[in-house]
Design a protein around this ligand. Structure first.
Ligand SMILES: *[C@@H]1O[C@H](CO)[C@@H](O)[C@H](O)[C@H]1NC(C)=O
Ligand SMILES: *[C@@H]1O[C@H](CO)[C@@H](O)[C@H](O)[C@H]1NC(C)=O
Ligand SMILES: *[C@@H]1O[C@H](CO)[C@@H](O)[C@H](O)[C@H]1NC(C)=O
Ligand SMILES: *[C@@H]1O[C@H](CO)[C@@H](O)[C@H](O)[C@H]1NC(C)=O
Ligand SMILES: *[C@@H]1O[C@H](CO)[C@@H](O)[C@H](O)[C@H]1NC(C)=O
Ligand SMILES: *[C@@H]1O[C@H](CO)[C@@H](O)[C@H](O)[C@H]1NC(C)=O
Length: 814
């Protein structure tokens, strides 16, 4: 099997699917292992479905050849987690140099592990400290050891860490971890974690060629100048998942600030990531779906700001700008008009896309027409200044840069004009940067740049605007709602009917039109019912799409009247034009006689309702991932698709989960069919406090905010894994979740809301609180106080702050 890198997002889904399918076979193929590898054993690099490998006794780890990049035929001799879909690599040989297909590793008596190319030429060997190797032992801790005949350890992989430390591993004084160069290049990158001779554990950037270490951006402060025996000398990752620095006098400084989950049930690792952040993370050993690594702690908090502006380029390469994404990972982006020197090295240097030459400047006056200045908001390169001009105007500052061939950018703040020269270093972008940077580019050069580049920069500006307005008042919400009033009770309107409606003609979309007969056969005569709702019944089926058989869910719409019949076509068209990874995709439809069916892709993991209210509580990470997915899908329906779609029936039963446990919103665009029904059963809905926004029962227009309300209720349910109304229809039944959480929140006892959730207890409280606060904003009775779904996503991602929510029902009497 071809193994792309675990972090390549485009390939990841594919990889998971393959891995999940192959895992059992994989385990079977290599069961007879006790971790002992005989002398002269060897492995050859090929891309079999099962990577050629030796396994540890419990099969937790594999040692062997991994194909590292889909595009090249290169392999890495490495150790990886064998049982998790990610197959995270934790160690690699030969400084991360990749080797060609057909390369071989053999266990030899005198040279230890010997890696040779297909011609038999030695590329690397582990060496042995002394003595003859008689066998190797691969411990379930992930440690690969070479042993002599009397079981003396001659060499072990734990003594030669690469970018990762594992429980029971010790790093000695002067030991170091290096970040990888990129996700697919394992050679030593620009970041280092070192335990210095003086006893400090430090993180620093380095000059790659000479290994010169720049100023540290983290230090454990375990050097004691007054008494050397109090200084640190070992980093110990203990067997229970805690990291410590041991002092020579026997004291230990524990680095892991939070409680570590038990190592019997969770894998732990500490890795110096590609972006220079050192992270201790955990992963459940047994799981459903596709869990991922979650972090327990990381250093530093904000690498963009924390790398000291001294020598070097900073957290990103030269001429690059560093910003943090929602997960706290840094993102490096070349300045406008610049591009990566090595497109695969995202943390590397950027070069101007145009030639920079003083020859363009004739005499003292420049050929000003050749260059222009482009503005970058909320950015700065705090170093790289070469001139400071005082008391000049904005225009004079610009002119001064345009006419100066050394000037690469200017920062203008008040009457001060800072001129900056190449290369620009320590660039950063974020709300804390108040300066306006103008970067000089050759005219016409930046136009070839991808449009998303510049629009992303603009977005960044609006995030900050949104954030500050949110904090300020609710005026923003009021403002937004003016633009979002709804064309009445059906809950759907067209932003641009002429452009997006191809004349009620379904054929113009690339949907498949099924005959009723076809669907009847596909569903074995409509026998397997998946569910039924107000709009009709859903059947499971299987159809042939191009060359493969695909599972489908066919919705047979009830009550298609003459009146709704026209709507059927327009709605199908509107749905067909939607495309988002958090929406269930419409595959086709059937329109024949009385029959109206919609054919959707089948979602293997059922509904959110079964998932969060089931016996086993899904992991917090998974739940947050799902909540964010729903928010993104709704934001898309409300604001991004051609035809604005208000769902009108958001509830856990209508959120389905695909094979990767991504949330997929279903039944959108069906509001018309639903509404006809709901008008009949309105009184029944009024009686229960479920997901329905209060304005349904008032004469106020229905807007996108009804979905925001339902989302809010559902978010709180996801946080607590509890239904909003526990004993549905039971007089005097359980307490209503939304009311109860509000009380918990107000009384500062949110931990009651997530009690017995071991994983949640580990997470920073602010995260849980933030989600609860977002939920509270969404369920405000006054629709104008509710945020838009776009704002919700920003708040969930932590891009904007969440202000204190008022009591949800303060505007109306309860
Ligand atoms: C797991 O996390 C990595 C980054 O930490 C990400 O690239 C990858 O897509 C994640 N996988 C899943 C299944 O979420
Ligand atoms: C492991 O199995 C091999 C045979 O495959 C045997 O020679 C060896 O003694 C076993 N080692 C242990 C530690 O059980
Ligand atoms: C390993 O190979 C060497 C050289 O080919 C040979 O002398 C030795 O007997 C072999 N050892 C074992 C245990 O097969
Ligand atoms: C594996 O390593 C652990 C931790 O160092 C050690 O306690 C254990 O004895 C080792 N297992 C074997 C079979 O040597
Ligand atoms: C250094 O510290 C150790 C234990 O903390 C103490 O026993 C020793 O006397 C100290 N030495 C000096 C020179 O202060
Ligand atoms: C710079 O040039 C590269 C090709 O050399 C191109 O792919 C990229 O889009 C250009 N970027 C900008 C910002 O002009």
């Amino acid at each position: 099997m071809i193994l792309p890198m675990p972090y390549s997002p485009a390939l990841f889904c594919h990889l998971n699917l393959l891995l999940l399918a192959l895992l059992p076979a994989f385990a079977l193929a290599q069961t007879s292992t006790n971790g002992t590898i005989e002398l002269n054993s060897s492995l050859t690099a090929t891309d079999n479905a099962t990577p050629p490998s030796w396994l540890s006794p419990g099969e937790d780890f594999a040692f062997g050849f991994r194909k590292i990049d889909e595009k090249s035929d290169q392999f890495l001799l490495s150790i990886w987690y064998n049982k998790i879909p990610d197959r995270t690599i934790v160690w690699f040989a030969d400084g991360g140099n990749a080797v060609p297909r057909g390369s071989r590793v053999q266990l030899s008596a005198d040279r230890g592990l010997v890696l040779s190319d297909p011609e038999g030429k030695q590329l690397w060997n582990s060496g042995t400290i002394s003595g003859q190797v008689s066998r190797a032992f691969f411990n379930d801790t992930g440690n690969f050891q070479l042993l002599s005949s009397d079981s003396t350890k001659l060499w072990e992989s734990f003594d030669y860490p690469t970018d990762t430390l594992l429980p029971t591993q010790i790093m000695q004084t002067e030991g170091a971890l290096y970040s990888r160069r990129s996700q697919i290049s394992f050679s030593k990158g620009r970041f280092q974690l070192r335990l210095l001779k003086d006893g400090n554990l430090v993180l620093n950037t380095r000059e790659i060629l000479t290994d010169y270490a720049y100023k540290a951006y983290y230090s454990s402060e375990t050097f004691d100048s007054s008494n050397a025996s109090n200084s640190g000398y070992q980093v110990l990752f203990d067997g229970s998942g805690y990291m410590h620095i041991l002092r020579r006098n026997g004291d230990r400084v524990t680095l892991t600030p939070n409680r570590a989950l038990p190592t019997t049930e969770y894998y732990h690792r500490a890795t110096l990531n590609v972006d220079g952040v050192f992270v201790q993370s955990y992963h459940p050993k047994s799981f459903t779906g596709t869990p991922n690594w979650s972090s327990i702690w990381r250093e530093p908090d904000n690498i963009c700001l924390d790398v000291p502006a001294d020598l070097g380029s900073g957290a990103c390469g030269y001429n690059s700008l560093c910003s943090l994404n929602a997960d706290g990972r840094s993102v490096c982006e070349c300045a406008v008009g610049y591009s990566l020197v090595d497109p695969d090295d995202k943390y590397g240097n950027c070069k101007p896309n145009f030639s920079v030459s003083c020859d363009d400047y004739n005499g003292q006056r420049a050929n000003e027409g050749l260059y222009e200045l482009l503005q970058i908001n909320n950015a700065n390169w705090p170093t790289s200044d070469y001139e400071r001009l005082e008391g000049i105007s904005d225009q004079e500052c610009r002119d001064s840069c345009l006419s100066d061939c050394f000037c690469a950018a200017v920062v203008y703040g008040g009457p001060t004009c800072w001129k900056k020269k190449l290369p620009l270093s320590f660039g950063r972008q974020g709300s804390s940067e108040k300066s306006i940077v103008l970067i000089k580019v050759k005219k016409g050069e930046h136009t070839s740049q991808s449009p998303e580049g510049s629009s992303r920069k603009d977005d960044h500006g609006t995030f900050i605007l949104v954030g500050s307005v949110l904090l300020g008042s609710s005026v923003f919400f009021n403002f937004v709602i003016i633009g979002a009033s709804c064309l009445g009770f059906l809950g759907i309107y067209l932003k641009n009917p002429l452009k997006t409606r191809p004349d009620n003609d379904i054929v113009e979309t690339n949907l498949r039109s099924f005959t009723y007969q076809e669907l009847s056969e596909a569903t074995k005569g409509f026998t397997e019912v998946l569910g039924s709702g107000s709009f009709g019944t859903v059947y499971k089926g299987m159809v042939q799409i191009s060359t493969s058989k695909t599972l489908i869910a066919a919705k047979k719409l009830a009550r298609v009247t003459q009146e709704t019949d026209n709507e059927f076509k327009t709605e199908v068209n509107a749905i067909a034009l939607t495309h988002h990874k958090n929406l269930v995709r419409l595959v086709g439809f059937c329109e024949e006689g009385e029959n109206r069916l919609l054919v959707y892709e089948y979602m293997v993991n059922g509904s959110l309702s079964d998932f969060v209210f089931g016996e086993v509580k899904p992991s917090w990470t998974q739940r947050v991932h799902i909540a964010l997915g729903i928010a993104r899908g709704l934001a898309y329906l409300h604001e991004e698709c051609n035809t604005q779609i208000i769902h009108c029936d958001i509830k856990p039963q209508n959120i389905l989960l695909d094979e990767y446990y991504n949330a997929r919103i279903s039944d959108f665009g069906l509001a018309k069919f639903l509404m006809l029904d709901q008008s009949r059963t309105k009184t029944a809905i009024r009686g229960t406090k479920g997901y329905v926004a209060p304005e349904w029962f008032r004469s106020t227009p229905v807007t996108v905010k009804v979905d925001v309300y339902s989302f809010g209720v559902m978010l709180l349910e996801i946080i607590c894994c509890r239904r909003n109304v526990e004993n549905f229809g039971n007089e005097g039944g359980g307490e209503i979740l939304t009311d109860w959480i509000w009380d918990c929140y107000q009384q500062g006892r949110l931990n009651d809301a997530v009690e017995n959730d071991e994983e949640v207890m580990l997470i920073e409280w602010t995260n849980v609180e933030r989600l609860v606060m977002v939920g509270m904003w969404c369920i405000q009775e006054d629709p104008s106080l509710r945020p838009t779904m776009r704002e919700v996503t920003l708040m969930l991602e932590g891009v904007v702050d969440v202000p204190q929510p008022p009591c949800p029902s303060s505007f109306y009497s309860k």
